[in-house]
Design a protein around this ligand. Structure first.
Ligand code: MN
Length: 297
């Protein structure tokens, strides 16, 4: 018998100027899947020209932002001077390390968006590394039981993604145009989550919707996946992360003190986070700093 997954409800949140997304991670009862510490599913949504995403300059530390584009396009700009349009079936990977700032803006003529954005916590050995940005125009694809498997991160069915990560991790986009059923081998040392991106699916007999995700603990060796026609799933996994993390706003750290210092640097326009050129709008507003982070230790 395959291991029964645990079902978690996603919550709704707003990003940019009113774009509603479904947030899978962090979840109150499940903060991370391996080093994956944040997972937003945005869209599919269709909008008028000029009504897309406009996420102003904001900082990151201690993580990699990972964007998987399914439909539509988005322009990434950052304080290193990177400027990269991401198109469907492409990945943008921004390694924040010690610090970076960026914007994400829908191009003027664009009228649709369907994307998954995830964050990867950097291990202690890499979390203060210099920032960098990488764009992957093409990912490996395998046909498996009539399912198209795009290997986004890690190794799957003998193929490896070129996406550069620093922990044992997996991300696969599984899509099909016809009803399909398959068994997928899992690594018992990984924990996993499965999220429906479109259509309808069952995993180990449990129904997935766009409002839930199924989580599988370490020790699972396979899952049974049934996909309805025109459906798409995201499978992520990884070895349980090396330590607890502290996640506040756009920062991942280990102590309140270092997050407080990073935020002071951001507010002071410190060169740690640089500036994004060619963006005329406002910086993103941080939520109020929690009282326990305000007091100096
Ligand atoms: Mn960001």
């Amino acid at each position: 018998m395959p291991i029964q997954g645990k079902e978690f409800q996603l919550r709704r949140a707003e990003i940019g100027q009113g774009t509603v997304i479904a947030r899978a991670l962090p979840h109150r009862e499940k903060r991370m899947i391996g080093a994956w510490c944040f997972l937003d599913h945005a869209g599919p949504v269709v909008f008028q020209e000029g009504q897309g995403l406009d996420i102003g300059p904001h900082p990151h530390i201690g993580l990699q932002t990972f964007t998987w584009m399914i439909e539509g396009t988005l322009m990434h700009s950052d304080s290193l001077g990177s400027k990269q349009l991401i198109q469907p079936k492409q990945v943008n990977l921004m390694t924040a390390g010690y610090g970076i700032s960026h914007t994400e803006v829908t191009p003027a003529q664009e009228t649709q968006l369907h994307t998954a954005q995830l964050w990867i916590a950097l291990p202690d050995a890499q979390r203060n590394m210099p920032a960098k940005f990488q764009h992957y125009a093409e990912l490996p694809v395998i046909q498996h039981d009539q399912i198209e498997c795009q290997i986004l991160v890690g190794e799957f069915l003998g193929q490896s993604s070129p996406v550069e990560v620093y922990s044992p991790l997996l991300a696969v986009d599984l899509s099909t145009t016809q009803h399909s059923q398959t068994r997928l081998q899992l690594k018992p040392e990984f924990e996993y989550a499965v999220l429906l991106l479109s259509g309808a699916a069952q995993v180990n007999g449990s129904t997935l919707t766009t409002e839930n995700m199924m989580v599988f603990p370490t020790g699972s060796s396979e899952i049974e996946v049934a996909l309805a026609a025109d459906s798409r799933l995201l499978l992520i996994g990884g070895e349980p992360f090396e330590s607890p993390i502290l996640l506040w706003w756009n920062y991942v750290g280990r102590t309140e003190e270092e997050i407080k210092i990073a935020h002071q640097h951001w507010l002071a326009h410190d060169e740690r986070f640089g500036e994004v050129a060619d963006y005329s709008g406002e910086r993103l507003q941080a939520p109020a700093v929690p009282a326990h982070m305000r007091a100096s230790k």
